[in-house]
Design a protein around this ligand. Sequence first.
Ligand code: PLP
Length: 467
Amino acid sequence: MHPLLAADLERLPDLLEDARRHAVAFLEGLDERPVVPLARTPAAVPLPARGDGLSAALRGFAERWEPGLSAGAGPRYLGFVTGGVTPAALAGDWLTSTVDQNPMSSLDPAGQLLERETVGWLRELFGLSDGHEGNFVSGATMSNTVGLAIAREWLGERLGVSPAEDGAAALGPVRVLSGSPHSSVAKTLSMLGLGRSALVPVATLPGREAVDPAALERALREGAGPCVVVANAGTVNTVDFDDVRALVALREKYGFWLHVDAAFGAFAALSPAHAHLVDGVDAADSLCVDLHKWLNVPYDSAVQFTRRRDLQARVFQNAAAYLGPLGDTPEAVHLTPENSRRLRALTAWLTLRAYGRDGYREIVERCAACAHTMGEAVAAHPGLRLLAPVRLNVVCFTLAENPTADRLAALAREMSDTAFLTPTVYAGRPALRAAFSNWRTTADDTERVIKALTAAVDALPGGAPAS
Ligand SMILES: *Cc1c(COP(=O)(O)O)cnc(C)c1O
């Protein structure tokens, strides 16, 4: 063994203690750290020919890279849709690397069984019936990819061909209809050989991002052949929800594959005041839910549900002499793009075991309350304009006067020590979004964000009109 490895092995408990202390210091500094420290990243250096062990490597990381890291795990990182990491999820992630399992085969079954138990818990959490089978993947983009890969095979079934065997070209042109699909859906269609141009935009309801069911019905009637509908349960701009029940009624009539992207919207099911938003999602043929957002587990984790695991295994089967047969309960290796992978389920299992449905209900309701508070503050500020009602956990707004992308970027920069907000364009207008999905965010944090936003608006050159 290399002497540096042997030395680290000998001191492993002490070294892990150092790493633990380091982690605790980082977490304790989250509140003070600039939320996005701009321009603190060092230049790249060459690979060291000779190392100097873990202690020195940890110091090197602390000196060169750590100062530039954002407080992405903290309570005021409100960009994109970003979760943090609960205490149990953090411990779970450490343990995942510690036990280093590859949960793909029943020849070594425990990891795979833990994963199945966790999927069952998630199904209950989101109010799904046991018609849905589920698997862990690395994020909602992969969950959408797996769901739409199953959809592709379903289209083949309807046409008497198998894209998994014969290639996507066997299908001929395919239509994927959606109102306000997430950008990852186009990427997915590119990866699946269906092509970005397969995505057919359908009109949304007036002033909304939710699809107009009447427009969808017209599109279904106009086109020939089976198609796929991607329903959106929680759009990133304004957290709007398609009326999934109406889409299910259309499916009765027109027979399409219904994929629901509920990356973070699925968590509405946990809050009685918001659960109606996800009525009907259980009827989806495939369903995408991110876990590294509102479940507050670390990257990278999502779950993918479907009612047609037989088609899923047709797409992802990995026949090899040393792996189990497909059978009625296919091994995990036959169900997702990865073969080997980490035991992602363990972090989700630990955090669900630690906090239960009640704990997650509290997180969802607190985040929604924070978003509502900020939405009210934005609506009341003469220099700002709320662009959509706060339906769940995102505030989408712009400047009342001269709302250019440049001025909004300046506004976001001005407040970036306190909070991180990301830009968007909504209904043709440049805007900013604040998304609340971190378990650490409190009412106090929200007040700090509102204060910083107000000060930033006042500081903007040519800024707020006198009120
Ligand atoms: C975040 C998100 C995605 C993509 O998720 P990743 O985890 O970044 O791959 C897809 N759809 C929706 C609605 C999202 O919010």
